[in-house]
Ligand binder design. Structure first.
Ligand code: GLN
Ligand code: ZN
Length: 755
């Protein structure tokens, strides 16, 4: 039984790659220095995997920016604007990814987008109708040599040809990108021949597109591709992950590949269908250790399930992580201050390799003392989890009824009550929540965190910032104010830190894109709210003015998606727990006299499953969670939500079902096009389509915003419209924000005058 690692995080357990990259980008180090950091990281990561008994070591999982970009460069798919005519090198990559590099001309970066249903972002390859594919970068082959020189058996890992095409976009004249498949396959053949010449036996081709619903043409592309690649003088492991591929079982089982990898963490039920259809020599790699989450596995249960298969398949069964470990933090060992009861629940990338090793031992020699110890550890972990359930919370959830999910009256009744209370003008102006997080604010927080500032001083200083923020908004003449979120460093962490059942690591970073990493909170137990989280700040801000100041919360669905969530209960159940915690906060804000409360749900759409047929179920519970969080208030309390940039065409019914009194969205770049979905649906509630692109330092003019509001008014009745920026302003500075908001208010006044 071989242990199969699909890929290891590249960033380094202390984010060494991030810091080396940023240093290089700032011009403070040479390419050679960056390369030597990278090489050392690869060496360490291979060594860890080898130490855990992994024989075939992944090569090509490392990337200076993104593994899809590495492949594009290898295939010679570099947009002309980023190429300087010479050979591909690191700066070529950085120009594609960031629009600039220490050398070469600046040019707009390639588009970056989410990788399937993960929080990882890849650079979208740009293909032209006459696209050529030629091996243009030696990096992958050099890494193979590098691994071999260290005494390892290298297993190159790259995206398969069909998924590569699927993730690409076409540029120039419209054409069907599948027409490029034959040329692409020739290049893959050349790459595989090079690997074979290097002595490589196994190559892993990742085809996560198989987890999607694919039309006939794309299904056929798999037959065509693997029919051609079959002749490669080495063995191919076709890897699928992130979801079930059972809907493509007959297609997949008929492909002439030496091995298939299945993600049995997200879709354990698909195993049987594939086992039955395995070809005589074919290897089955079972992804049973979760590459998407941080929890230690129930190895005893996994071993029980796999035991018959292990007997049947013998060494044709490989034990594997469900997908690359890219999505998990690197090493639990560096977490020295984590509470032991939480630490005992966790396994990061390195620990997951150990789990593979332990699993193999459980299957091969279940009677040994060490195997028994593993089983005992798994059992006691499960028992502890079960005992940790909060009975009171369960009872509260059981007692929920339909009425708890709905406001007291329908929107029209609420609208009138709210209008009578707030008497807002036509086209009310507001902002999305945060104001500039200045260096001074960040400095305050870091000194407070280090214990250099006591609570009272910290609070007082932040109150001063809040006061200043309110005064500026009053001077600008904005109708509905915000307190500015100066006390928050992150919209999820701020709440996570105050909720019971949510924990934090110090080094649990995961790559989001390039050098950018996120450190998601860990939802490890039942979530409850021990005390008010935002009421003091909201009350303080409201005490400074007679104008309404919005209470500002992060919604349950977003907190869930941006965290590592436990797996012993369903995501739906966790969302319900979070929703109740937020609901209690909403009600507390209302009791404190806050009349308008915003519940941000920017990650709402991120949770959509890969397969459309699963969407309805997700949308049902996600909408329910939001409604539960919002519905505890009286008619005259106004609930807002904010969703950043999002497509609404295919989810508008669900968005309407959320029944927020006001929704704000990002629409300035699309020039209000995203409003079409609302228009077509006759969306009944109020909408604030963003008129100010906050991602750009440019200050939008009055005319530009007048024209955007007019465009919005062509789609949505004026009476339903608000005027606001696209998103929060925390990444901008006051020199930009103040004139931009002044123009926004002027644009609104101009339109009100004309009416
Ligand atoms: N209220 C948050 C802010 O303004 C919303 C951020 C977001 O949508 N991502 O910062
Ligand atoms: Zn936003």
């Amino acid at each position: 039984m071989r242990l199969n690692s699909l890929g290891f995080p590249r960033i380094g357990r202390r984010r060494e790659l991030k810091f080396a990259l940023e240093k290089y980008w700032r011009g403070e180090s040479s390419q050679a220095e960056l390369q030597s950091v990278a090489k050392e990281l690869r060496r360490i990561h291979w060594q860890w995997q080898a130490d855990a008994g992994v024989e075939l070591l992944p090569v090509g999982d490392f990337a200076y920016y993104d593994q899809v970009l590495t492949l594009s460069a290898t295939l010679g798919v570099i947009p002309e604007r980023h190429s300087d005519g010479g050979a591909v090198n690191l700066d070529t990559l950085f120009r594609v990814a960031r629009g600039r590099a220490p050398s070469g001309k600046h040019a707009p970066a390639s588009e970056m987008t989410k990788y399937f249903n993960t929080n990882y972002h890849y650079l979208v390859p740009e293909l032209s109708e006459d696209q050529r594919f030629d091996i243009a970068w030696e990096q992958l082959f050099e890494e193979v040599t590098e691994a071999q020189a260290l005494g390892h058996t290298a297993k190159p890992v790259l995206l398969g040809p069909v998924t590569f095409l699927y993730l690409s976009k076409t540029v120039g004249a419209e054409f069907d990108r599948l027409t490029l498949l034959p040329a692409l396959l020739q290049c893959y053949q050349a790459i595989l021949a090079r690997f074979a010449a290097q002595g490589v036996e196994w190559v892993q081709l990742d085809e996560p597109a198989l987890a999607l619903e694919l039309d006939d043409n794309w299904q056929q592309a798999f037959n065509q591709a693997y029919g051609v690649l079959e002749s490669a003088p080495l063995r191919l492991l076709l890897a699928t992950y992130y979801g079930t591929v059972a809907h493509h079982q007959s297609l997949l089982s008929a492909l002439p590949v030496a091995g298939i990898h299945l993600d049995l963490v997200t879709a354990p039920e698909q195993l049987q269908a594939f086992v039955g259809a395995l070809a005589p020599e074919q290897v089955l790699s079972v992804g049973v250790i979760n590459g998407r989450n941080v929890w230690a596995a129930d190895l005893d249960l996994v071993a029980e399930q796999l035991a018959p298969l292990a007997r049947d398949l013998g060494d044709r069964l490989w034990l594997a992580t469900s997908c690359s470990l890219l999505h998990t933090p690197v090493d639990l060992e560096v977490e020295t201050v984590l509470a032991p009861e939480l630490k005992s629940l966790l396994a990061f990338a390195r620990q997951k390799l150990t789990e593979l090793q332990e699993l193999k031992a459980l299957l091969a020699a279940p009677e040994t003392e060490s195997a028994k110890a593993v089983v005992a550890r798994c059992r006691s972990r499960r028992a502890a989890r079960a005992q940790g359930r909060n009975q009171q919370l369960s009872a509260r959830i059981d007692a929920l009824s339909a009425a708890d999910y709905d406001r007291n009256h329908e929107f029209e009744v609420r609208r009138q009550a709210q209008q009578a209370r707030f008497k807002l003008p036509l086209l009310p102006t507001t902002t999305i929540g945060s104001f500039p997080q200045t260096a001074a604010i960040r400095n305050l927080r870091s000194r407070w965190r280090k214990g250099e500032l006591d609570d009272a001083v910290y609070t007082e200083q932040l109150q001063q910032v809040t006061r200043d923020t309110i005064e500026r908004q009053l001077k600008l003449g904005i109708d509905v104010l915000v307190h500015g979120e100066a006390e928050r460093n992150d919209m999820v962490e701020y709440f996570g830190e105050q909720l019971d059942g949510v924990g934090f690591t110090k080094h649990g970073w995961v790559q989001s894109y390039g050098s950018r990493c996120v450190k998601p909170p860990l939802i490890y137990a039942d979530v409850t709210r021990p005390k008010a989280m935002t009421v003091d700040w909201a009350e303080y801000a409201q005490s400074l003015t007679d104008k309404p100041v919005k209470g500002m919360l992060t919604g349950p669905v977003t907190i869930l998606h941006w965290s590592f969530a436990r797996e012993d209960i369903s995501r739906e159940q966790i969302a319900t727990q979070l929703a109740l915690a937020i609901r209690d906060e909403v009600v507390a804000l209302e009791q404190a006299g806050i009349g308008i409360i915003q519940i941000d749900e920017p990650a709402f759409r991120e949770g959509l499953p890969l397969k459309r047929s699963d969407w309805a179920h997700y949308l049902d519970w996600a909408v329910a969670a939001f409604k539960l969080s919002a519905a505890g208030v009286r008619d005259e309390t106004q609930i807002h939500t904010h969703m950043c940039y999002s497509e609404f065409n295919d989810t508008i019914a669900a968005i309407a079902a959320m029944d927020a009194d006001v929704i704000t969205i990002e629409t300035s770049r699309s020039r209000m096009e995203l409003l079409n979905a609302f228009e077509d649906f006759d969306y009944p509630n109020e909408i604030g389509p963003g008129v100010y692109d906050i991602h750009s330092p440019n200050i939008p003019t009055v005319e530009a915003m007048v024209s955007l509001i007019e465009k919005a008014a062509q789609k949505i009745p004026l009476r339903q419209l608000w005027v606001n920026p696209d998103c929060g302003l925390k990444t901008r500075n006051w020199e930009e924000v103040e004139p931009a908001l002044k123009n926004m208010v002027d644009a609104t006044r101009e339109l009100r005058r004309r009416l």
